[in-house]
Unconditional design. Sequence first.
Length: 206
Amino acid sequence: MSSDPVQYPDVEPHQRRKRDSARTRREILTAAGRHFARRGYSMVPLQQIATEAGITPALIVRMFGSKMGLFREVARDEWRLSDRPDRTFPTLIDPAADLARAIIDYWNDRDARSPSLALVRSLDIDESAELFRLEIQRRFLSPLLPHVQGDRADERSRLIVGLAMGFGYFTTGALLDPDAPPLDAEQIPVMEKYLTDILSVILRST
């Protein structure tokens, strides 16, 4: 983390405070996501997250209420592909190819994938299983279902979610090594082709 002061030219003090707060919140969520993804909720002390974010545990509690409050926010943290219009579910043009790219983009982004890894690595806590179910529904099934037409759309949507999660957890190796390097420039087109071929079969109306 850089120690250089942030410059806000021609910005009013209240706007500066708001930007500082938003930046601090993002740094805490990023640090927490990475640590929870590596070791799970129970094994990560607040001090470890605070140290990486360059703040105090007291500030985390003040912003999120508790360690569990922070974990819930990590679980809900947005990885919205709408920041990149060519990767967003609602504007799919070539569904199989676009979904294949979206899956690879998601799992190739260390911070985007942290919430999913954090949840699956924290299933030892009572609330995590329900959070995991709700997040799968919110992040994948709900956005995907409108694009799966024809018979047995719900089952085929679930199959796509299973493919996406299996690809991320096992094919990329992220479950075994949350800090695993992303797919490289040679691997991406190969994976994209095979994913597209599989998704084309699942998406085909019957």
